[in-house]
Design a protein around this ligand. Structure first.
Ligand SMILES: C[S@@+](CC[C@H](N)C(=O)[O-])C[C@H]1O[C@@H](n2cnc3c(N)ncnc32)[C@H](O)[C@@H]1O
Length: 275
């Protein structure tokens, strides 16, 4: 048996799981975001004193440090390079914000991010996309996800900034700088029993929603007839949709397995997942 395989089996014998012994995936080299990009990322995400910012692959810590120092937030960064983690924690001490920000030597893929209200990333394009399921599973609806340069493919951004920056030439060879801001959507896929406003129907209907990240479509069954949805928009826990060919827009708030809302901001409607 070769030594590598032997070590692998030994760690299983000692109680490690397959995830524990997977080699650490390098999510990208150390390339700091220029200061002006850091400011734009935090501004576009509307970071404020009530936010908890997590930077995945935090480098020298500049995103979380700026979030705390300039925008009043709390947070942490995770990074695999010892010297960068040490420098970031030293800078937090020196800036008098070590009580609000911390940096850990930790694999970003194994980091619990459920506490975040804002997640920031400047990582390789394939890494950003490998993280999509983790972002959807662990983050609460409405959490902002900000990515420098690389989009989450298939997600609809709530903001997109494109500008030119000389500082980027030595990093990527071009001046192009992109910032994407997303809002984690509530999970709405499934069949909902819907209590419609009386002017639409006096009997409960069905709302069938298909969801891929924050792209949603579907149809409704009203008085025994299938009616396609003209559009569905989901931003965080807020939903809006319109029945094709009918007057009025439905808006509402998703609370787990129920939705409560108003038609045209006036008449109540509600829905329950699974009926
Ligand atoms: C492009 S730099 C971004 C640094 C910082 N977020 C910024 O924007 O200035 C990416 C960082 O991710 C770190 N990194 C790579 N793979 C990682 C992993 N699996 N877990 C944690 N950090 C990782 C790298 O060491 C590097 O410092």
């Amino acid at each position: 048996m070769n030594r590598l395989l032997g070590g692998f089996l030994l760690s299983f014998a000692l109680g490690a799981t397959a995830a524990d012994v997977q080699p650490l995936k390098n999510a990208g080299p150390y390339v700091p975001s220029p200061d002006s990009v850091v400011s734009s990322m935090l501004k576009e995400a509307e970071v404020g004193p009530n936010d908890f910012v997590i930077d995945l692959g935090s480098g020298d810590g500049r995103i979380v440090l700026t979030a705390a120092k300039v925008f009043g937030a709390q947070g942490f960064g995770v990074e695999i390079k010892d010297e960068l983690v040490r420098k970031a924690n030293e800078d937090a001490q020196a800036q008098g914000i070590a009580d609000r920000v911390k940096f850990y030597k930790q694999d970003l893929f194994k980091t619990d991010i459920s506490k975040a209200t804002v997640v920031t990333m400047y990582l390789l394009p394939d890494t950003v996309n490998l993280l999509k399921d983790k972002l959807l599973t662990e983050l609460r609806p409405g959490t902002r996800v900000v990515s420098h340069d690389y989009p989450l493919i298939g997600w609809k951004e709530s903001k997109y900034l494109h500008f030119d920056l000389e500082d980027k030439v030595h990093i990527s060879g071009v001046t192009t700088t992109l910032i994407y801001v997303y809002r984690v959507p509530a999970k709405v896929a499934g069949a909902w029993k819907i209590n419609l406003p009386p002017q639409v129907s006096k009997t409960p209907g069905l709302l069938n929603l298909n969801q891929h990240a924050n792209r949603v479509n579907g149809n409704a069954r009203v008085d025994g007839k299938d009616v396609p949805l003209e559009y569905v928009e989901i931003i965080g826990d807020k939903i809006r949709f319109k029945l094709l060919g009918r007057k009025g827009e439905f808006s509402g708030q998703v609370k787990g397995r129920s939705i409560e809302g108003l038609l045209d901001g006036k008449t109540p409607w509600s829905a329950t997942l699974g009926g």
